[in-house]
Design a protein around this ligand. Structure first.
Ligand code: F6R
Length: 363
């Protein structure tokens, strides 16, 4: 049932304010403490986290690396499951291995998990399907409460994965004495306001639809972001190529001059994700390098960012302003909707893109 939407993907994008609210509610108790299902997890007793996943779930892990490192000061390795499993990486003592999977059945992720059995201290999973193989073989199962996701391109599962991983990073910071109770309360209250912030972001739909007309004409599209926006740029590029079949690539903005800038001309739209955070000026200077070579910039930022740097952009998409740590949840919306509208404009099969399966149970 598409609940009045043209596609499951549109429905699942629109559901995000509700489902992330549920995900948040399931992990915070009445006293405002972060609570995990049994047997729980004490981050004070681990030295390293290894995060492993595929596709969009991998980008959720990449985002979480920034959170765990910056907020909780835990060293984090992140890897795609297909590389991890065959590389046979050494697993140092006091490592917790964490696997993220919507379906809980992805063959490579499951194999990576089995590789860690008997090597990692603990095996934790973040899944949407608690009855799945990955959940069955984990010591601790953290459900994301996204509800059934039908569209092949993952949307609401991604934002719910981000919620659970962000809460874990906050808990880790508390467990390790890196954050006091007041700071935690501030983070949680900002997180609790995200459902309504995402609803506001969904109202910028018309701007995204308009910008997507430019994308629909393109053969190649570049996505740029720094810091927490780098994994979001990767996710935006993946969504676009999956459902519109347009070649899209993402780069960390700072990598631009190490190669990809050679691609820029007036035929290449460049989507720049740049909230007005501490890295904004750096990203903007990369964006100006693109404009100087006639690249068509679609700038996604907040009001202050667009006022400061929107001039000369081909299009701007204005989002609300949120604390820096929460920008990934918000910028997921344009990552998804730009791809969605581009695919609709091109007339491709949004919910069942060619060559793709919802659950990749063979390697
Ligand atoms: C992208 C997408 C895929 C999955 C990947 C992992 O939109 O849906 O990249 O994210 O196949 O799947 P799960 O999360 O089920 O392990």
């Amino acid at each position: 049932d598409k609940a009045g939407h043209k596609h499951f993907m549109a429905k699942e994008i629109a559901e995000q304010p509700t489902v992330i609210g549920q995900a948040i509610g399931n992990y915070i108790d009445h006293e405002g403490n972060i609570t995990l299902p049994d047997p729980g997890l004490d981050f004070a007793t681990l030295d390293r986290l290894t995060l492993v996943a595929c596709g969009t779930a991998y980008y959720a892990c990449l985002t979480a690396k920034y959170w765990f490192e910056q907020i909780a000061r835990i060293p984090v390795d992140v890897d795609v499951a297909s590389e991890f499993r065959y590389r046979e990486p050494p697993i140092p003592a006091r490592t917790t291995a964490l696997f993220v999977s919507q379906s809980g059945e992805t063959a490579d992720t499951l194999a990576a998990l089995r590789y860690c059995e008997g090597k990692a201290d603990r095996i934790v999973c973040v899944v949407n399907v608690p009855e799945s193989s990955i959940a069955r073989e984990s010591d601790l199962v953290l459900p994301i409460h996204a509800g059934v996701e039908v569209g092949v391109a993952s949307t609401k599962a991604f934002t719910c994965q981000l919620v659970v991983l962000f809460l874990l990073a906050l808990k880790a910071a508390r467990d390790r004495g890196e954050m006091d109770g007041d700071a935690l309360a501030d983070h949680l209250s900002a997180l609790r306001s995200m459902p309504s912030v995402l609803s506001t972001a969904l109202e910028a739909n018309a701007q995204m639809q308009k910008a997507s007309l430019k994308l629909a004409e393109a053969r190649d599209v570049l996505f740029l972001g720094r810091g927490l926006m780098y994994p979001l740029a990767l996710e935006g590029a993946l969504k676009l190529k999956e459902i519109s079949y347009i070649h899209a690539e993402a780069y960390a903005s700072g990598e631009l001059k190490h190669g990809p800038i050679a691609l820029i001309d007036k035929a290449v739209p460049v989507v720049v994700m740049a909230p007005r955070d501490n890295l904004f000026d750096k990203t903007v200077s990369n964006m100006q390098e693109v404009m100087a070579r006639k690249g068509r910039v679609i700038l996604i930022s907040d009001r202050a960012g667009i006022e400061a740097a929107g001039e000369g952009a081909f299009a701007t998409i204005e989002l609300p302003s949120v604390p820096d740590a929460l920008t990934p949840l918000l910028y997921a919306i344009p990552a998804q909707l730009l791809a969605y509208h581009t695919a609709v404009a091109k007339g491709t099969d949004v919910d069942q893109p060619r060559n793709l399966a919802k659950s990749v149970t063979v390697e």
